[in-house]
Design a protein around this ligand. Structure first.
Ligand SMILES: Nc1nc2c([nH]c(=O)n2[C@H]2C[C@H](O)[C@@H](COP(=O)(O)OP(=O)(O)OP(=O)(O)O)O2)c(=O)[nH]1
Length: 137
């Protein structure tokens, strides 16, 4: 089965976190995710994230702390997500691929219909993010 290695950016701004909704035309249609994408050969995960964020949203990001990788088996492929906490360095978000974005307080992240591979990422992020949005139970 295909195994994808994918970076994803947990972008923080003013105590909120950016979630992006996949378009109806993408795989995992209309699911919410953190922006990012497949790591190209020869690329570091950080380089991949910076490239993907320019391509997908037209923003340059500063790549910070990494969170534990998450591997999930979907029915037709397996994905390993490599999450990084990021901030926007330059640019305004313009959506080139996603259907929508939403800035959420950490405590509301669980309310979206996330791609399944993201669920452990969200839990790891909540565990380390008490300083961003306050304590979350
Ligand atoms: N970028 C990103 N992808 C995710 C997340 N969670 C998750 O399961 N994925 C999956 C969706 C895709 O199958 C794959 C990322 O591929 P991609 O973004 O480079 O490619 P894509 O969806 O445009 O292309 P494709 O899979 O339709 O070929 O990882 C996430 O939080 N961010």
């Amino acid at each position: 089965m295909k195994h994808l290695h994918v970076t994803c950016a947990i972008i923080e701004r003013d105590g909120l976190v950016l979630a992006a909704q996949r378009s109806a035309a993408m795989s995992l249609p209309l699911k919410w995710e953190f922006p990012g994408g497949k790591i190209d050969p020869g690329e570091t995960p950080e380089e991949c994230l910076r490239r993907e964020l320019v391509e997908e949203m037209g923003v340059r990001v500063r790549v910070g702390e990494s969170l534990p990788a998450s591997t999930h088996r979907y029915p037709t492929f397996t994905v390993t997500l490599y999450p990084f906490v990021c901030s926007i360095e330059a640019g305004e978000i313009v959506l080139h691929e996603h259907a929508a974005v939403s800035w959420l307080p950490v405590g509301e992240l669980r309310t979206l219909d996330w791609a399944e591979a993201d669920l452990p990422v969200i839990e790891s992020y909540i565990a380390v993010s008490v300083g961003v949005g306050g304590a979350v139970c």
